[in-house]
Design a protein around this ligand. Structure first.
Ligand SMILES: O=C(O)CCC(=O)C(=O)O
Length: 191
């Protein structure tokens, strides 16, 4: 990939993606998406709280929860059975043992909700993100001297992306405000 490359990846091949990113537009079949949407929209989601600042998105963690106050992981309610089939699909896509994906974070993005630039905490290993209901732009950037090398990937409902290696350790990611309600389920390894 050329350092200045900034492109849409509607049909990008793996060589074009930043190293460590994998994407598949069709991981979760429609019937499973419908089942999951019914479930996630019934969850008691809470505004994302970062050191007292509430984000526009709402979340719930299963398996483990990262506490931004203490910067530690704390055990959370077990990953519910209803999330196990989608975890298996996400794991199969990523080539990871399903039970290695010990955390499931369900996130709701109301219309206009973004997630800012960040790298997931170092306690986590590989990350597999599943999108539901609406597409969004998944942006990636990393320092290239005084500039940023950037990439942007359109992630579709029913898709999954994997972040591993340099995509986890070097690249940051963010999502600009979504056009319409979107849910994601982020499965993470605990290192
Ligand atoms: O919604 C997504 O796909 C991204 C979630 C994310 O980056 C995070 O929760 O750290």
């Amino acid at each position: 990939m050329k350092p200045s490359q900034q492109g849409d990846l509607f049909a990008a091949s793996e060589e074009e993606l930043p190293e460590g990113v994998r994407y598949d537009a069709a991981v979760v079949p429609d019937f499973e998406q419908s089942r999951l949407l019914e479930y996630v929209s019934s969850l008691p989601l809470k505004p994302f709280d970062f050191h007292g600042f509430e984000g526009k998105r709402r979340v719930v963690s299963f398996g483990w929860k990262y506490d931004f106050e203490t910067e530690r992981m704390t055990p959370a309610e077990n990953i519910p059975d209803i999330l196990l089939p989608v975890r298996a699909l996400a794991a199969g896509f990523a080539g990871i043992e399903a039970n290695q994906l010990q955390q499931a974070l369900v996130t709701e993005y109301a219309q206009g909700a973004p997630i800012g630039w960040h790298r997931d905490k170092k306690v986590f290993g590989r990350v597999v993100g599943v999108s539901l209901l609406a597409a969004c732009t998944f942006r990636l950037r990393r320092r290239a001297g005084a500039k940023w090398e950037r990439f942007s990937l359109r992630v579709e409902p029913g898709s999954a992306y994997l972040l591993s290696g340099p995509a986890r350790n070097e690249w940051e990611h963010s999502i600009p405000p979504v056009d319409t309600l979107r849910y994601s389920i982020t499965f993470r390894e605990i290192d």
